[in-house]
Structure formats: structure tokens, C-alpha cells
Design a protein around this ligand. Structure first.
Ligand SMILES: C[S@@+](CC[C@H](N)C(=O)[O-])C[C@H]1O[C@@H](n2cnc3c(N)ncnc32)[C@H](O)[C@@H]1O
Length: 195
């Protein structure tokens, strides 16, 4: 599949399930680089990607992992999970909802996660979904563990965007925001959080 075909498959999934996919196109490589920036890759032993979609961030994660670091992805959408597996056959992908993260970690013998990279479409979730999914990620992280997620710049001032920012600051000990990444459609920024 070419990147054009991957983009078309992503768009088709958006049309079918807009509140699950939450974006019309995969994120850019510029945003992927911003997502992996500033994380402690040297000391990370377990890394999880939530909502990888077709893998816009995954290659940048893979190139930063140390050989001994465990990495797995949690993706609820079957088509996206299939395309991700085709692009990265070596990757462990759990076709599941992020709210099952504790059970997935338990089954994998993982007591705590060091880094979580998230492509989840937070603005598409209601209050209950935002709180449940963010709670599952926070619970899985070790104390001091890091969490990176993105938001669209234009949506940050809308009620769902502001609600999500408040939830982040209530949940995590530290929250900062990157500059806008203009080379993304639409422009976006990264929230970097620490438990
Ligand atoms: C906006 S797309 C992001 C994909 C990719 N990370 C990117 O930035 O291009 C959101 C992804 O999150 C997945 N997703 C949505 N809700 C989820 C959930 N509850 N658990 C796991 N994945 C979920 C969707 O299926 C979709 O692949």
C-alpha cells in the first residue's frame, strides 16, 4: 500500500467511524517528531502507543527504542490495526480499547509503563470517555512516567479542548505544551505530561 492508499484507507475509516478516528488524515512526520521529543528513551523499559492508527508516529517511536525496551500498541479499529501490522510486522498490536490497558499490561507481565504516546482523538470523546481513557493511561504509568498526546491548535480553545486541558492538569503532576506544528493538517501541538 502506498502512503496515498494508506491515507485513503484512513479517510474511509473516518467516514465510517468519525468519533473513533477523529481526524481525516494521518498526522505528519513533523508532528511525529514533536511527539517523541523530550521523552526519556534511554531509561524507558516499557513503551506503549495508544491509538496508533496506521502508524504515523510508530516509525519515530521504533527508531528511538533501545533493543531491550518492550513496545506494544493498543488500537481499537480493525482496519487500522491490520494496516499497522502490514507496515510493522514485528510490532505487538493489541486490538483493544485503551480502557483495557491494565488487563493488557497484566497479561503481558508488565507492572508499570515508562512512556505512553497517544494518538487518541480526545476532542471526539465525551467527558466520561476522556476521564476513563486518561485514567487508564495514568494508572498504567509508573510514578514519574511520561505521557505525550496531541491536540489541534484551532480546537484547543473550544469547550472540549479546554475541558481536556483541565483534565490533564488535574490528572498529571506536570503538563506543558509544545509550540504549534504548522506542518500538519490541521496544525497541532503536543501536550507533554509527567505522572
Ligand atoms: C486521530 S487517529 C490518530 C492516528 C495516528 N496516531 C495519527 O496521528 O495519524 C485516532 C486513533 O485512535 C484510535 N482509537 C480511538 N478510540 C480508541 C480507543 N478507545 N482505544 C484504542 N484506540 C482508539 C482510532 O481507531 C484511531 O486509529
Amino acid at each position: 500500500m502506498t502512503s496515498l492508499e494508506t491515507g485513503a484507507a484512513f479517510l474511509r475509516e473516518f467516514v465510517r467511524r468519525p468519533t473513533q478516528i477523529g481526524a481525516v488524515a494521518p498526522s505528519s512526520d513533523a508532528l511525529a517528531r514533536a511527539m517523541v521529543h523530550g521523552m526519556d528513551w534511554e531509561r524507558a523499559r516499557v513503551v506503549v502507543e495508544c491509538g496508533p492508527g496506521t502508524g504515523a508516529f510508530t516509525s519515530r517511536v521504533l527508531e528511538r527504542l533501545r533493543p531491550e525496551t518492550r513496545f506494544f500498541a493498543v488500537e481499537v479499529n480493525e482496519t487500522c490495526a491490520r494496516e499497522l501490522k502490514r507496515r510493522h510486522p514485528e510490532l505487538a498490536i493489541h486490538r483493544a480499547c485503551v480502557s483495557d490497558l491494565a488487563a493488557i499490561c497484566r497479561a503481558a507481565g508488565v507492572p508499570a509503563v515508562d512512556l505512553v504516546i497517544s494518538g487518541l482523538p480526545w476532542a471526539a470523546f465525551g467527558d466520561e470517555g476522556q476521564a476513563r481513557f486518561l485514567g487508564a493511561i495514568h494508572d498504567a504509568l509508573r510514578p514519574g512516567g511520561q505521557f505525550a498526546t496531541f491536540a489541534y491548535s484551532h480546537a484547543a480553545r473550544l469547550p472540549a479542548g479546554r475541558r481536556f486541558r483541565r483534565l490533564l492538569t488535574k490528572t498529571f503532576a506536570e503538563v506543558s505544551r509544545s509550540r504549534s506544528v504548522w506542518r500538519n493538517l490541521p496544525p497541532a501541538f503536543v501536550y507533554r505530561c509527567r505522572k
